[in-house]
Design a protein around this ligand. Structure first.
Ligand code: NCD
Length: 307
């Protein structure tokens, strides 16, 4: 049985297969609409989410399966003190696969070690968010045609943003990628990531001003400041509007640069930018459904012939 805790749990070749499957689903969704008939996905969300939980549920429903679950810890037995290990053992009797989000780093991993069904990490604290990374990679691969040879700027909360951590780790496997980390000093990328980049000899730069580097970028990955992970509100208020991408700043960017964002957006991208063809974050959310459909099929070992 296979779980997904980290984007690196799949080899680059396996990811290619997964993206090919997601592409094929996007081209003919009807063909896949009964693949998961009789299967149940449990979404166990101990932390708020709109996109991730609903995109998992949408993915399972579009495959002809069913869904059950909870969307906050207070409405589950966690409120009574149940451990994730016990919860997953019980959920294993009710469902065939589980997507779990938890505020504690490593909680989905603990659950996976006790689980009778595949577990997907749908975000654990400030640590990892592998299915967002699959979504990001699928978006880049589809719209650029390749996952090699580009300069990517990651901008915003690089300290607490788990989507950023997962994406960098995943991109380290491809060639010709240059990273530019754009953040205020308080929200800079964790040392464990720069240590890894140094050890692998991968090129990166750390800058504070978006305007200084936007012109070099092929991809700009914007992120929101992660309010829920701050220790005090004052720091959050001081940093929350540090970056605001506007049409004016976009004028400094390449004609074919792509703007990605895992969403939800707060203020970091002005709504006027939505109409610029370089803004691809809503398309990215659509790819998220196809890639989760492909992932559910893969972890359940299902093929379209089963339909
Ligand atoms: C991200 C997350 O939960 O980490 N959202 C998402 O899943 N699309 C990003 C965020 O909350 O800022």
């Amino acid at each position: 049985m296979r779980h997904l805790m980290n984007p690196l749990d799949f080899s680059a070749a396996e990811l290619d297969e997964l993206f090919d499957l997601a592409k094929s689903i996007s081209e003919d969704p009807e063909k896949y609409s009964r693949v998961c008939k009789g299967k149940i996905l449990a979404t166990c969300f101990y932390e708020p989410s709109t996109r991730t939980r609903l995109s998992f549920e949408s993915a399972m429903l579009r495959l002809g399966g069913e869904v059950l679950g909870f969307s906050e810890a207070s409405s589950s037995s966690a409120a009574k003190g149940e451990s994730v290990s016990d919860t997953i053992r019980v959920i294993s009797c009710y469902a065939d696969i589980c997507a779990m989000r938890h505020p504690k780093e490593g909680a989905p991993m603990v659950a996976a070690s006790r689980s009778g069904i595949p577990v997907i990490n749908a975000g654990d604290g400030g640590h990892q968010h592998p299915t967002q990374t699959l979504t990001d990679l699928m978006t880049i691969r589809t719209l650029r045609g390749s996952l090699n040879n580009f300069t990517i700027g990651l901008c915003g909360d690089l300290k607490f943003g788990r989507t950023v951590h997962s994406l960098i780790e995943a991109l380290m496997r491809y060639t010709g990628i240059r990273f530019i980390f754009i953040s205020p000093p308080e929200l800079k990328i964790p040392d464990y990531i720069t240590d890894e980049l140094n050890a692998k000899g991968i090129e990166y730069e750390e800058v504070i001003r978006l305007e200084d580097s936007i012109g070099d970028l092929d991809i700009l990955y914007m992120t929101r400041v992660q309010r829920e992970r701050f220790f005090n509100e004052e720091d959050y208020v001081r940093l929350k509007d540090f970056y605001v991408l506007t049409n004016e700043k976009l004028q400094l960017a390449k004609e074919n640069m792509m703007v990605l964002h895992p969403l939800p957006r707060v203020n970091e991208i002005s709504v006027e930018v939505d109409d610029d063809p370089r803004a691809v974050y809503f398309k990215q959310a659509q790819y998220g459904v196809y890639v989760r459909m492909a992932l559910i099929m893969t972890l359940l070992g299902l093929e379209v012939q089963n339909a």
